[in-house]
Design a protein around this ligand. Structure first.
Ligand code: ACO
Length: 382
């Protein structure tokens, strides 16, 4: 047996590729997409423009953005066969399972499906970004026992998402809330779902297969599922005055408090900072429910930061403040993670195409620590 190598458990701290898409400074709490600070993009940009930036590596001209928007808007309708499967499945299955299944059906209806050129992959990426938002809205409709709402090509990406979900044109403010949340979730380096996407695509399968794997990885509560888990925790706390005891009990029981901690950020997640400020801004127009959830969050944040902030580098992450923002625009809890997938689709696609420019099959090693040369005992003697 070979000497035991040093094992980077969970690939922590391991670099496996170069990328020009996102830069995360985990110590200073900074995030850039293609060189632009996330704060600048959240303040000035639209989700569509950020998608263009992430995919093409530069901000679009007016004409380029118009053409990009045209393609996005014309890819919104869900194929009736896919919708039929979704309608049957979504009643009972977890929304992320329905979304994963629906996305994996798409190559059956795409003339570019098995063309792996960069041009075809770009076209498929645009379709995927468009489709995943429509599908997320459709899952919400089906689970709410409501009729499918066809897309409206006069609306922005976020506006259309809300329209397909609620069946009514959203206010400008609500559409902007979703737009900003989608910008903040659009990309984040080699997180678990992006790495899974790349690992699947590194076999030279195809972009649909790759992002289907990414959706599977996003589902878990240690990754995309954390925003849902964080909001459930706020509901479990119930009243602001219960917060401190709840958190103390969780820490005493060595339970993870959802929405805190990050593999890369050992400082305040800049996205959480933006969402927190945004939530505070929304307070004057918020419902009593959102106000109460926010009050619980602020108390939970205070005690967590006091206890674990500087001591262990555990700070609020992007998922902590998201819940009440989504509640404020009527997004049901179970759609939080699908909406995360709808935002992150662009990051998955951009990374996949970038990796394919210099593809190498991802194949790490595990160190075998089991027994060897065991004596085979026939069934009758066991
Ligand atoms: N609550 C309480 N303690 C925590 C938390 C938390 N949320 N996160 C980490 N810690 C503690 C750990 O118990 C550990 O303590 P120890 O040193 O006494 O053993 C220490 O901080 C280090 O934690 P690790 O789990 O080793 O950190 P890792 O880098 O593996 O974890 C992770 C990152 C998985 C995100 C973790 O912080 C966690 O489970 N958080 C809750 C889930 C969550 O919010 N996930 C969303 C991440 S962001 C995203 O995916 C979009």
């Amino acid at each position: 047996m070979t000497d035991k190598p040093i094992i980077d458990h969970g690939l922590e701290g391991v670099y496996y590729t170069e990328s020009k898409i996102a830069m995360i400074d985990g110590h200073l709490g900074r995030l850039y997409y293609r060189g632009y600070p996330i704060e600048t993009l959240a303040q000035n940009s639209s989700f569509e423009e950020v998608c263009y930036l992430i995919l093409y590596g530069k901000l679009p001209s007016m004409m380029e953005l118009d053409s990009f928007n045209y393609q996005l808007r014309n890819s919104r309708e869900i194929n009736p066969s896919v919708l039929a499967v979704m309608t049957e499945m979504a009643q009972k299955a977890d929304p992320m399972d329905t979304l994963r299944t629906a996305i994996s059906m798409l190559p059956g209806y795409d003339i570019d499906a098995y063309d792996n050129s960069n041009e075809a992959n770009m076209r498929k990426s645009i379709r995927l970004i468009s489709q995943v938002a429509s599908m997320t809205a459709a899952i919400g409709r089906i689970r709410g026992g409501k009729e499918y709402v066809a897309p409206d090509s006069s609306l922005s990406h976020s506006g259309n998402f809300l329209y397909m979900l609620n069946g009514a044109k959203p206010t400008e403010n609500d559409a902007r809330v979703i737009d900003i949340m989608m910008i903040l979730h659009a990309e984040h380096g080699s997180n678990a779902s992006t790495f899974t996407t790349i690992a699947a695509g590194s076999t030279l399968s195809d972009i649909y297969a790759a992002v289907t794997a990414g959706i599977a990885a996003l589902k878990g509560p240690l990754h995309g599922g954390a925003d849902e888990a964080a909001l459930k925790m706020l509901y479990a706390i119930g009243e602001p005055e219960n917060t401190e005891q709840y958190i103390e009990d969780a820490l005493a029981g060595r339970k993870k408090v959802m929405g805190f901690g990050h593999r890369v950020y050992k400082a305040y997640d800049p996205r959480a900072r933006i969402i927190k400020a945004f939530l505070e801004e929304l307070q004057h127009s918020s419902s009593e429910e959102v106000k109460k959830l926010t009050a619980i969050e602020l108390r939970a944040e205070k005690i967590m930061v006091e206890r674990l902030g500087n001591q262990k580098g555990i700070w609020p992450n992007v998922d902590f403040f998201s819940g009440p923002v989504y509640v404020s625009v009527g997004i049901p809890l179970e759609l939080f993670t699908p909406l995360f997938a709808a935002s992150r689709m662009v990051g998955w696609c951009a990374h996949m195409m970038e990796y394919w420019q210099d593809n190498r099959l991802i194949r790490p090693l595990d160190y075998y620590s089991g027994e060897l040369d065991l004596k085979y005992v026939p069934m009758s003697e066991r």
